[in-house]
Design a protein around this ligand. Structure first.
Ligand SMILES: Nc1ncnc2c1ncn2[C@@H]1O[C@H](COP(=O)(O)OP(=O)(O)OP(=O)(O)O)[C@@H](O)[C@H]1O
Length: 294
């Protein structure tokens, strides 16, 4: 028998985990995985629970069930540790960018079977100052919308809530002065609408935003949007939906494993959809740092 610690957010997405929990535990058990459960109680709790599971010992794997926010917290609890247990991820959130990027099955039965097979593959983790991210880091006013969507609204109307807020937000977009120093690149100093550091190709529900981003190549895909007006921004979003934005003159795109961003202004950082402090920041790719069942 293997032993798993399942950390789940009972409020994620449409609260699906509450309905599925007993079935998931039963299927894992039948497949030889005895699972103990921690339901998170609020912000930061999944980080503490994941750190505790690793430190306490006695577990062979950790499973996170929830949205990208829960996964972000679990990874932050484990990434610093020596003994990084392999991780399972049940996508139960609103956007589930990460699960989509990894091709994790939507059906809980299929994913249970994958965890039971115990095939975990290594993937890169991003480190932004002292925090970790798995999917994306970014800054600029458009990236702030992920934490402006209230959770009630997310539960009710899912992904539509983001688009609705996104349109509202675009009207008030302001550029920010940034200096970007990346390994292997010339220094950039300009006004930017936003910058994104993608570890996977699936970001904010867009699956063509960084089409070449690979999760285990030791590199980030960096995208920065130069100062532009609302009409140009809408044009870029339309292009991005089709994956045709990378060659646009307003867009800077390159790959790197290390980058520093500074600004004279106040620029908040967004890490996997969560607030991640403010600039200045250094971003490091930790190659194949964590193993995930997929
Ligand atoms: N019991 C709880 N009550 C309220 N909030 C919680 C609870 N447990 C965890 N949280 C917080 O909920 C936040 C959002 O969770 P999560 O990302 O899993 O779901 P989501 O927002 O529905 O999904 P997505 O991120 O895909 O939109 C987490 O960052 C966490 O801090």
């Amino acid at each position: 028998m293997k032993r798993a610690r399942l950390i789940y957010n009972p409020t994620s997405g449409r609260e699906e985990m509450k309905r599925r929990l007993a079935d998931i535990l039963q299927r894992l058990d039948a497949g030889g995985i005895e699972t103990s459960v921690h339901a998170t109680t609020g912000e930061g709790d999944a980080t503490a629970a994941a750190a505790d599971a690793v430190e306490r010992g006695g577990y062979d794997l950790v499973i996170a069930a929830g949205g990208d926010g829960t996964l972000y917290e679990v990874i932050n609890g484990m990434a610093e540790k020596q003994n990084r247990l392999p991780l399972g991820v049940f996508p139960m959130g609103t956007t589930n960018d990460f699960a989509r990027a990894l091709g994790i099955p939507r059906q809980w039965e299929d994913y249970c079977d994958l965890v039971i097979k115990q095939e975990a593959k290594p993937l890169d983790i991003g480190k932004a100052n002292d925090k970790y991210f798995i999917n994306i880091a970014g800054g600029g006013s458009l990236t702030e919308l992920t934490y402006e969507v209230p959770s009630k609204l997310k539960t009710m109307i899912g992904q539509l809530a983001y688009y609705w807020k996104g349109i509202e937000k675009m009207v008030s977009l302001a550029p920010q002065e940034l200096t970007i120093r990346a390994a292997g690149q010339e220094v950039l100093h300009d006004e930017f609408m936003l910058f994104l550091i993608a570890n996977t190709n699936s970001v904010g529900g867009f699956d063509k935003l960084a089409p070449g981003a690979m999760i285990d190549d030791g590199l980030f895909d960096v995208l920065a949007v130069r100062n532009c007006n609302l009409a140009e921004m809408i044009r870029l979003v339309t292009l991005a939906l089709r994956g045709e934005h990378l060659s646009d003159k307003k867009i800077i795109h390159f790959k790197t494993d290390y980058m520093e961003v500074t600004s004279p202004g106040h620029v908040q950082l967004n890490l996997d959809g969560e607030l991640g402090g403010t600039l200045p920041a250094t971003f490091r790719n930790l190659p194949r740092h964590l193993k995930v069942f997929r």
